[in-house]
Design a protein around this ligand. Structure first.
Ligand SMILES: *Cc1c(COP(=O)(O)O)cnc(C)c1O
Length: 223
């Protein structure tokens, strides 16, 4: 068995059944993805449009590709119709564009709204206020070819477990609030994507049902 298959199976044995595993394969070669595929993995996450578009035709078509990186507006058209889920819908402008391009291509695009609660200022995403405002204004009703399937977020990059837990709790509580207030209209609003290699256990304890794991499966990345 390859190291990748071994890590993957080990990880899967630790993850509760209701939690979906996204294997984050960014910066890793096709052979690495093939190993994971052979071990049964079907959900892969990529963070760069060019890399995603290169990989898709080289791998089996039953893979569900998740886009998890910052999506530049000038690249939206290129990936519409190619992904199972865009996890990183990080601004209203981007969502409008995704919706427009999806209509134009006559497809429906599934998205998660990326929430920013971490201490770092460089991360993209809706602030909690912007997120709630988006729903209060009924903005979601304007979308014609986009389905909002939940939220995605990251915790602060720190060793302080309390802060990490707080961040995940915050993301989950925003999800819960929106789900309670608008769930009747947003029938697909079910996914809470949070947790990476170093913090996924805390994320799952705080309500995550989708984790995005890279290095723990594929080893470290070369940037
Ligand atoms: C790279 C990345 C991950 C995976 O990170 P690991 O620490 O390698 O597990 C998860 N989510 C996002 C958004 C990423 O960019």
């Amino acid at each position: 068995m390859s190291d990748i298959a071994g890590s993957l199976l080990q990880l899967k044995s630790e993850i509760p059944k209701h939690v979906e595993l996204v294997a984050v394969s960014k910066f890793h070669p096709i052979t690495a993805l093939e190993d994971a595929y052979a071990a049964g993995q079907r959900i892969f996450g990529e963070s760069r449009v060019q890399e995603l578009l290169q990989k898709i035709p080289q791998l089996p078509s039953d893979i569900r590709w998740h886009f998890i990186g910052h999506l530049q507006t000038n690249k939206v058209r290129q990936i519409i119709g190619k992904t199972w889920l865009i996890e990183s819908a990080d601004s209203e402008k981007l969502i409008d564009l995704i919706d427009r391009e999806s209509s134009r291509a006559a497809v429906t695009t599934r998205i998660l709204m990326q929430i920013h609660v971490a201490a770092e200022e460089t991360k993209f995403g809706f602030s909690p206020e912007e997120l709630l405002d988006f729903f209060r204004r009924g903005k979601y009703k304007d979308l014609k070819a986009t389905r909002i399937c939940g939220v995605m977020g990251m915790a602060t990059n720190t060793d302080d477990e309390r802060r990490i837990r707080e961040d995940f709790h915050h993301i989950y509580s925003l999800y819960h609030q929106i789900s309670s207030d608008y769930g009747n209209e947003l029938v697909d609003f079910k996914i809470v994507s949070m947790g990476m290699s170093d913090d996924w256990k805390i994320a799952v304890e705080e309500g995550s049902n989708m984790i995005r794991i890279g290095s723990r499966i594929f080893g470290s990345r070369r940037y």
